[in-house]
Structures are given as structure tokens and as C-alpha cells.
Design a binder for this molecule. Structure first.
Ligand code: GTP
Ligand code: MG
Length: 442
């Protein structure tokens, strides 16, 4: 391998009783160390069965040992994976033995970091490993899997290729003005515009990617006692919030997430909003927080008992850029109006709850527009925005040929920003920051 790292080890499975526990050793000494602790000579191309034995020939466990010879392994290095019994005591004693033979404990994300540093995967794929592990919904996992397959990397590389070509020509014309003709300004502008367009296409989906990864917020708003907490509990399917007939029961906002049809929905139960003069200090703060929840949510459920006029116009106005759903509550005791714009429900009987969930799903589908197979995270989105800004600078300055030096710098800045997505140019700080979010063993 091009990089020469020390040999690391860690458990890949959680520290809990389970049928199987897996330990990975990666690095130049992986085979050497494994041979010292295994009951037989390891066959590199076979699944090996045997025992882990310590220096006193004591058997620590009966194991299956999987050898992966560099570069055909997760990290690209020589790797040994030991499948032992999933008992934390056994796993720890095997790990200690491995450490005593010269390996060291892997840090968070270090196996994946090595896969990246050994050019097995690019950075967008490395980040996708974390996204796959942490995906809270099937949709999120699917997109992350596509990134792992290199979809985002390919897209970025395509944008970069054209920019590198034009950049090389600009630099050649600056360095060898006698031999190389100046690049036509129209060509530069047209290529930059095309690339800005392609970046916009990726960014257009960014908000939707965030929704899929982190979920959407749906808050329940209405006057005290309208039935917000009861509905909140019905939607969650368990008694999370306190429900009483005392107006002003809910003080603090309560957040709880559910997975609905593959989407993560963060429901927010709020304090009933009424004239603050009738509320004590704690409730007043609660009311302020309820109003903030409207601003922070993607979908707002406005609850009322008898008719819309119970909902303050100012609140509806606050939600004018959101997806809004009107919900008429307590239909088991209050006659239905058959308001076509509302969903009529009863948290007591369960009437209308499924309809409401479907309405929420349609609202989500109105918010999520994805026409890409890959996903972007915040870091990647920031890089794309920087690349776009640099290309806009190129367009602004490329009209003046004597500013060639200047737009060449901006062209390079755009390329470097794109490089950061795939990981060609990265400082140790950025790398450490990315991989420190991983768990040990990944
Ligand atoms: N019959 C009937 N009663 C309901 C229904 N939903 C809520 N209630 C009752 O209405 C009262 C208030 O319900 P909550 O869910 O606490 O109302 P809230 O909007 O959260 O009230 P605050 O937290 O004070 O703002 C309780 O006595 C509930 O049992 C319903 O669908 N049918
Ligand atoms: Mg409540």
C-alpha cells in the first residue's frame, strides 16, 4: 500500500451479549499478529476455523477467522476478521491479546478513514458509510447506499472534468502567451454557466435530502384544551404527553419522532395559545415557544373544536409559507361540520387519525422533490455553494482579458471546493472532524 500505517484493531459488534462478536485487525502486521494467537497456520484465501490461544496455550474461544489480503479488504490493507462468541468478556480478552502482540485500538471511524486514505473509496463514499449506519428510515438508507456506490462522486467528477480542462487552457495562455491563444471569453462563460446549472440541480434537492436524512417537523397548534396532546399521543400511539381537562396543561414543547411510511416525522406538541394576560409566567413562556414552533416546523397542524374562527389569523399568517393542515377535534362529542378543507378526528375513538396521517404524508410529498439518486450532507452542500460562488466570480471577471490571473484563481477555487467533496484536498482538521462522528469499529 502507498500509505504505511500501524496495525489497528477493534470490535465491529456492540458490547453486549449476542450470538457472534466480530473483531477486526487491519494493517501490515494483521496476519503476523493473527498467526501468533490462532491455533493453526492461517490460509490466506480460506475461511479458517480454530481457536484463539494465549501465550500459555490456553483457549480463549472457538472462532472463525476471515483473512482479506491487501488491497482486497475494507481498508485496502491486510485485514483479519475474527468471529468469536458474542460475550463481551471473551471479546475483551481476545482484544487484549491482540494489543499485546503489537496492534493498537482503532479510533472512531479509523477503518473507514484508512479505506479513504488508501484510495479504496472517496470521501463522499466514506461519509455515506456513516449515513447508512445512522439512517433512520429506509429512504435515507437507500440514498446513502447510492452514495456509497459512488453516485455523488461520479456527478462531481463530471463537473470537475470540464472545469479542469478550461483551467489548464487559461493557465497555459497566461504562462505561454506567445504560444497559446487566450481562451475565448464566451467559452469560459458558457462552461461556467453550465456548471452552475448542474450545481444548482444538485442543490435544488438539498433541502429534500435533509428532510429524508433528518426528518420533517410537524407542530400541533391550537387554543388550550382543544386536544393537541391527545392527538399527539394518538399519532405516536402511546401516552407521551400529559392530558387533562385543565386549560394550560402543556407548558413546554414536547418532541417525539415516528417513522411513517419510511419518513421520519418529528411531532411537536405545544402549549395552547391564548391571551397571555390570562396566563402565568410559565405558560407565557410556553406560548412564546409555541409560536416559535410554527416558524421552525415544516408542516403545521391547526386544531379547532367547532370552527376555524377559533384559530388566530395572525398564527395562520405566520405559517403562510408552510404546509398547513386544519384539524377539527373531538368529533365524538362535537358535531362534524364536514369542512372540506379539514380533517375531522377524534383522539378518543381514533376516528380520522389514519386520514390525518395520510394527509401529513401528502404534505411531505409536496415538500420533497428528489430527482437525483444520491444525497448531499451539509458539508457537501457548503462546498457546492462555494464552488458556485467562485464560478459566478469567474463569469464576472472573464470579460476582461487582463484579469485572466484573477479569474484563473476563481476557477481554481471552484475546482478545489469540488475536490473537498470527494476528498482530494483536505486538511487533517476536516478529516478528523468527519471521522470523529463515526463509531469505534467503523
Ligand atoms: N371526547 C373527547 N375528548 C377529548 C378528545 N381529545 C381531547 N379530549 C379531552 O380534552 C381535554 C384536553 O385535552 P388535551 O389533549 O390535554 O388538550 P391540549 O390541547 O393539549 O391542552 P393544553 O395542553 O392545555 O393546551 C382532555 O380532558 C381530553 O380528554 C376527543 O377526541 N374526544
Ligand atoms: Mg397539551
Amino acid at each position: 500500500m502507498e500509505n504505511n500505517f500501524d496495525t489497528i484493531c477493534a470490535t465491529l459488534t456492540p458490547q453486549a451479549l449476542s450470538a457472534v462478536g466480530i473483531i477486526r485487525i487491519s494493517g501490515d502486521s494483521a496476519f503476523n499478529i493473527a498467526n501468533k494467537i490462532f491455533s493453526k497456520e492461517i490460509s490466506p484465501k480460506k475461511i479458517n476455523y480454530g481457536f484463539i490461544i494465549d501465550e500459555y496455550q490456553k483457549k480463549l474461544d472457538e472462532v472463525v477467522l476471515l483473512p482479506f489480503v491487501s488491497p482486497h479488504s475494507y481498508t485496502g490493507e491486510d485485514v483479519i476478521e475474527i468471529q468469536c462468541h458474542g460475550n463481551p468478556q471473551i471479546i475483551n480478552s481476545i482484544l487484549e491479546l491482540i494489543l499485546s502482540k503489537g496492534a493498537r485500538m482503532a479510533q472512531k471511524g479509523e477503518f473507514t478513514k484508512r479505506a479513504f486514505l488508501n484510495h479504496r473509496i472517496d470521501l463522499s463514499q466514506a461519509e455515506a458509510v456513516l449515513d447508512v449506519i445512522e439512517a433512520k428510515s429506509t429512504k435515507s438508507a437507500q440514498n446513502a447506499l447510492n452514495n456509497l456506490g459512488g453516485y455523488l462522486k461520479e456527478k462531481i467528477n463530471l463537473i470537475k472534468e470540464d472545469l479542469i480542462e478550461i483551467y489548464s487552457k487559461v493557465i497555459a495562455s497566461i504562462d505561454f502567451p506567445e504560444d497559446v491563444a487566450e481562451v475565448d471569453n464566451k467559452t469560459i462563460v458558457s462552461i461556467c454557466n453550465d456548471k452552475i446549472h448542474e450545481i444548482n440541480d444538485i442543490l435544488k434537492n438539498a433541502k429534500s435530502h435533509d428532510f429524508i436524512r433528518d426528518g420533517l417537523s410537524v407542530c400541533l397548534i391550537g387554543v388550550p384544551n382543544v386536544g393537541k396532546s391527545s392527538l399527539f399521543n394518538s399519532l405516536l400511539n402511546y401516552s407521551r404527553a400529559i392530558v387533562t381537562d385543565i386549560a394550560g396543561t402543556t407548558r413546554d414543547t414536547i418532541k417525539e419522532a415516528i417513522n411513517l411510511d419510511g419518513y421520519i416525522i418529528n411531532f411537536i406538541d405545544t402549549a395552547g395559545i391564548r391571551d397571555k394576560n390570562n396566563a402565568d409566567l410559565v405558560e407565557q413562556i410556553g406560548i412564546d415557544n409555541s409560536i416559535k414552533s410554527i416558524e421552525q416546523s415544516d408542516i403545521v397542524l391547526f386544531l379547532y373544536e367547532k370552527n376555524y374562527s377559533e384559530i388566530d389569523e395572525k398564527l395562520i399568517n405566520l405559517a403562510k409559507n408552510k404546509q398547513v393542515i386544519f384539524v377539527k377535534t373531538k368529533t365524538d362529542i362535537i358535531p362534524k361540520n364536514d369542512d372540506t378543507d379539514s380533517i375531522e378526528i377524534s383522539s378518543k375513538s381514533g376516528f380520522g387519525i389514519e386520514d390525518l396521517k395520510n394527509k401529513i404524508l401528502s404534505a411531505i410529498k409536496n415538500l420533497i422533490h428528489i430527482d437525483t439518486d444520491y444525497t448531499t450532507n451539509k458539508r457537501q452542500q457548503t462546498c457546492l455553494l462555494r464552488a458556485k460562488e467562485s464560478l459566478e466570480n469567474v463569469i464576472n471577471t472573464s470579460t476582461e482579458s487582463d484579469l485572466a490571473d484573477l479569474y484563473a484563481i476563481d476557477l481554481k477555487a471552484a475546482i478545489l471546493a469540488l475536490d473537498e467533496i470527494t476528498g482530494e484536498v483536505l486538511t487533517d482538521d476536516i478529516l478528523d472532524n468527519i471521522f470523529s462522528n463515526f463509531c469505534i469499529g467503523k
